[in-house]
Structure formats: C-alpha cells, structure tokens
Unconditional design. Structure first.
Length: 300
C-alpha cells in the first residue's frame, strides 16, 4: 500500500511540475481549458494542467519579414522585379490566435498580393520617383486586413526595383537627354542675361559720348602693346573726336580744380578761357597719338 501511495505521490508531483511554465515580459500567453479560451496569463511563472489545459505563447515584439522577390508588371507594361520587406507586430494575441491559423504566413502572403496590385496600377516613372508613396499605399491596404488578425503593420519598404537591361539603357539615355536639356536652358538664360547687360552698357555709352571716345582711346593704346595686327574703325571725323576729347578734358579739369577768376574778369569769360585751354590740351594729345601711330606704321 505504501508503495502505491509513493508512486501516486511521485506521479502527482511530476505531473504538476510538467505544468510549470515561464512567461517572458515580451510574450503574451493564453490558457485554453478543454479547447476553450479561459484567460490570459501574465508574465512570470505560471502553471497549467497538461492534458486538460494548453498554453499558447505569442511574441509581442516587432518582426520584420522579407517578401521574396516577385515579378510585377507596371501600368505601362514594364516588367520589374520588386523586393520588399514588412515590419509588423501583434497587438491583440486573442485575434492572432483565433482569427487566423498562422498570422505570419498570412501577413506575408497578403503583403505580396497587395504589392503586386498596387505596382500594377502605377507607371514605371512614378514607381521609381515616388517609391515611399507607393510603399505607404501598400501598407495602408495591408493594415486594413491585418487589423482583423490582431496585427499592426508598422512599415512596408521597397528594397529594390530591378529592371530589364533594355529598360535600363532607355532610362540612361533619358537621363542624358534631360541633362542636355537643362544645360541648354541654363546657357540660354545666361545668354539672355548677358545680352541685357550689353544693351544696358550700350545705352549708357550712347548717353555719354565722352565715355565712348575713352573706350576708343583705350583700344588704340592696347594695340600698341602687342604684335597682333587689328583693323580698328577710325571712320569718325577728326573734328568730332577733337571736340569730344575737349569735352572730356574740360570735365576732368572741372572736377580736379576750381575755376580761377582773375580780378575784374567775369565768370563767363573765365569759363570760356578754361574751355579753350582744354581744347588746346586735347589737340596736343591727339597730335602726339597721330605722330606715334605714324612712327609705328613707318617702322612696320
């Protein structure tokens, strides 16, 4: 009798010990009694009755699963190979256990189907330029179904979009053409701006004959500094040049020193005297330039 009691006690202790389980903090556990959900178990050490009860443990942490590369045809009939990844987690362990047999497989399959449908409604250029928007649209549609399974989709990312070699060559040519187009636009804008600047400079020179003649004299001076022969237009009458030079000299004298008026002399007479002196100085300067030019021509 004592042997039977010993065996019975040993069996009872072993049976109860086999029902001890540790539930981690990142897990959620559900207790089923005779196939019926009877409660949720908190993290820590818990016990159930093997054979009569069952514990289902579910990982509540974030999961990322790769979606195998699949061939997808875009809206403009371009064949692409799309590689994506999905991030999700369980938010309702009861739905994840009771509503779907294998929530991980169901999530991956649903994401692949939605990805194929969304990419099929998108043109290739939109897919390449707005990859994040396409991924967000896929996530929203998958989330609508995953919510009924007790899941929450954090993000779906398009890792890679592979194109056929022929399409890659077409895109490369398009990129080169776009770069050339932008270069032409920028160059034309620069030409327009340069033309505006030249027009403004010409307008300023037209309003100031002295400045124009100064530019002509500078050009003549530059000719004497090199060996290059340049044909320069000197068709303007000499009298015009002389009078312009006189006006320039007069302006320079006016700015440099005040008008000296002799005692008893009227200011108007002093002004005329100053103009005459400026004209003589301009004539002398032009005569020196003409003499120097004849000397260079004779030496050549």
């Amino acid at each position: 009798m004592s042997l039977i009691l010993t065996l019975l006690a040993t069996f009872t202790v072993a049976y109860l010990a086999s029902g001890l389980r540790q539930i981690n903090q990142w897990e959620a556990a559900l207790r089923f009694t005779l196939g019926k959900l009877t409660g949720r178990v908190s993290p820590g050490i818990t016990m159930y009755l093997p054979g009569l009860q069952e514990l289902r443990r579910i990982d509540m942490r974030m999961k990322n699963r790769d979606l195998l590369r699949q061939m997808v045809i875009t809206r403009d009939n371009v064949t692409t190979m799309v590689d994506a990844v999905v991030y999700y987690r369980v938010v309702d362990p009861e739905k994840a256990t009771l509503a779907v047999e294998n929530y991980e497989t169901a999530m991956k399959d649903r994401a692949k189907v939605v990805l194929r449908d969304v990419v099929g409604e998108t043109r290739l250029d939109e897919l390449l330029a707005h990859r994040e928007e396409v991924a967000a649209k896929v996530r929203a549609q998958v989330e609508a179904v995953a919510e009924a399974w007790g899941l929450h989709v954090e993000m779906i990312g398009l890792q890679d979009i592979a194109l056929p070699p022929q399409m890659q060559e077409v895109l490369a040519k398009g990129a080169i053409a776009e770069r050339d187009r932008r270069y032409v636009i920028i160059k034309s804008e620069a030409d327009v701006e340069s033309a505006k600047n030249f027009a403004e400079a010409a307008s300023i020179l037209a309003r100031s004959p002295g400045a124009m003649e100064l530019r002509r004299f500078e050009a003549l001076a530059n000719l004497s500094q090199g060996n290059t022969k340049v044909i320069f237009d000197l068709a303007k009458p000499y009298d015009d040049v002389r009078h312009t030079a006189a006006a320039m000299a007069e302006a320079a004298v006016t700015e440099a020193q005040p008008v000296r008026v002799r005692e008893g002399q009227h200011p108007v007479d002093a002004e005329a005297q100053r103009e005459a002196e400026a004209a003589l100085e301009a004539d002398a300067a032009l005569e020196e330039q003409r003499t120097a030019r004849r000397g260079r021509m004779g030496g050549a």
